[in-house]
Ligand binder design. Structure first.
Ligand SMILES: N[C@H](CCC[C@H](N)C(=O)O)C(=O)O
Length: 278
């Protein structure tokens, strides 16, 4: 890898509501991210550190494409907050207030709102057990697990628990336990939410492949969908996460997720760092 990048490999550091990302722009040259690279860069002591790594690619019929990796080196089919952050960067580069992109989920649209937040259409929620995916035919609205959680796919799997007080949950212990429950053959992200006002939820999250994060965009979408289906809220919901506020609007054309974006710094992975990966 160091031979491919004798000057090092440039990256951007971004976050959306504290959900943080390393972004590598591979447009014009092809993919470079491997599980080994993702794990090494994701190490908060010996690398850069991130919740997810996003790699930008050229795309046919869209402005760009995105691939996502977790800090344990696994792939994620969706990452709402990284999608919003990279969309903001691309909108600035293209001089526009909207972009179209492609992820494993298909074609998505993102727009900049007048207040500077970025909103992305994460697509329709996946409500069939095969799509989440689950390992057997069960009702996704009431999983046969303690706590009666809801399974929702947003291009990645989510297991949403409604609890009286999200603050009181041991997110690490409970998150670990359900992430690897056999009902989820590809593991799952785990959300704990409580109703704190009309159409307002407090949510804490344990992410598959990354652990506790300050926010999870697809998790906020999944939680809002589950809350609306259970009749706890309407389809326009505000979520208070550890790192900030996300606003979900489940419309006829998909689940829109709006929130803050930040481009923190640009850096270069040194040739020596890349050499050590070989
Ligand atoms: N933070 C991301 C989700 C990452 C999901 C990932 N942990 C997975 O394995 O699906 C978001 O804003 O949607």
């Amino acid at each position: 890898m160091d031979q491919l990048f004798p000057q090092g490999l440039p990256f951007m550091k971004m976050h959306g509501a504290g959900n943080d990302f390393v972004v590598i722009d591979s447009r014009g040259r092809g993919p470079v991210v491997t599980p080994v690279l993702a794990r090494a860069v994701g190490d908060r002591n010996r690398g850069v550190g991130f919740d997810q790594l996003a790699e930008i690619h050229d795309a046919e019929g869209a402005d760009f494409a995105l691939d996502f990796w977790n800090s344990d080196g696994s792939r994620a089919g969706a990452c709402g907050n990284a999608t919003r952050c990279v969309s903001d960067f691309m909108m600035r580069q293209l001089g526009r207030d909207d972009v179209r992109l492609v992820t494993q989920r298909g074609h998505l649209a993102a727009i900049r709102l007048p207040d500077g937040r970025v909103s992305v259409n994460m697509g329709q929620p996946q409500r069939d057990w095969r799509e989440v995916p689950l390992s057997m035919a069960v009702d996704t609205a009431h999983l046969p697990l303690p706590g009666d959680p809801v399974a929702v796919g947003m291009g990645n799997p989510h297991c949403v628990f409604f609890v009286p007080d999200a603050e009181a949950v041991d997110v690490t212990a409970e998150g670990r336990r359900f992430e690897t429950d056999p009902l989820f053959p590809e593991r799952t992200n785990v959300e704990f939410a409580s109703l704190v006002g009309p159409d307002r939820l407090r949510m804490r999250v344990w992410e598959r492949g990354a652990g506790i994060t300050l926010a999870c965009g697809s998790g906020a979408c999944a939680t809002a969908v589950a809350a609306a289906e259970r009749g706890l809220t309407g389809r326009h919901v505000t979520l208070d996460l550890d790192g900030g506020v996300l606003e979900i609007d489940w419309r006829a054309d998909g689940v829109w997720m709006a929130g803050p974006v930040a481009h923190v710094f640009d850096g270069v992975l040194s040739p020596a760092f890349l050499r050590a990966l070989a």
